[in-house]
Design a protein around this ligand. Sequence first.
Ligand code: LHQ
Length: 267
Amino acid sequence: MRTNFQHLLIQEDNHVLKISMNRPEVYNAFNDTMLDELGEVLETAAQDAAVRCVVLTGTGRAFGSGQDLRSFATIQASRGDTPIKVSEHLRKYHRIVRAIRTMPKPVIAAVQGVAAGASCNIALACDMRIAADNARFIEAFARIGLIPDAGGGFFLPRLVGIGKAMELAMLADEVSGQEAERLGLVNRCVPLDEFEEATEAFAQRLAAGPTRAYALIKELMNQSLESDLETTLRFEGELQDIAINTADHREGVSAFLEKRHPHYQGN
Ligand code: LHQ
């Protein structure tokens, strides 16, 4: 896997791939290079069997501040009075959201400090979120007359319900780490001085789990978000047919019967 990125730091340890967005001087705002690099590394990680859990985080005092407004203003200015079609540019975000959702392994967002705009929504697209108690989630879009993008229109109402999603999107107020935990926006919020250790423990636990079953769980949950009971029951059967034939399932049952901890290989 390529590790020499301009705006990403990459660490691989014990089957956990940690991707740190690294433009701390702008709170890790997305420019084109960082968007492309993140898309690339996520797609590579999806294919790499040695990676069994991915952690997405930010350096400095933020997870990320969304689109780099300075670099986008330059593009806007160069167009003069011609209307801009931002949907082309948003494809770079869609590549990232798709890579996260289809990745056959867990992806955790580890959020400390600011997570605003598209960065907030990339965190919401991850499978789970761990936050430090200094986290500041901001659906910042309406502050500048925009609407949630980068998947926020899909994940936000599904995570917090339609009423709260409307409030967060329209008022664009900050949500603290503790409040995010209460709302179900994050899975857990921990004190900042325990954040790194807690994130690592969370990721290592997932990386030691039955990775193939996790991939099937993702498929099931993704499908369930857009489906009815009958279709979901049928799909559960199809996926369980796969899970029951995995080496990890056999190991799990053997470990249970032998009263020991299972050692999952991820297949
Ligand atoms: C930034 C940014 C930033 C550049 C902080 N850009 N420099 C998609 C497609 C096309 C167009 C538009 O958008 C999108 C999707 C989106 O993501 S829209 C939403 C874009 N993001 C925002 O609107 C958030 C903008 N940032 C803020 O409102 C504040 O910075 C927050 C509330 C995040 C943090 O406030 P503070 O804690 O007071 O920090 P700060 O404002 O002092 O920021 C620290 C530095 O980071 C500062 O630089 P400086 O040189 O002055 O120290 C900021 O200019 C820079 N920065 N966000 N998105």
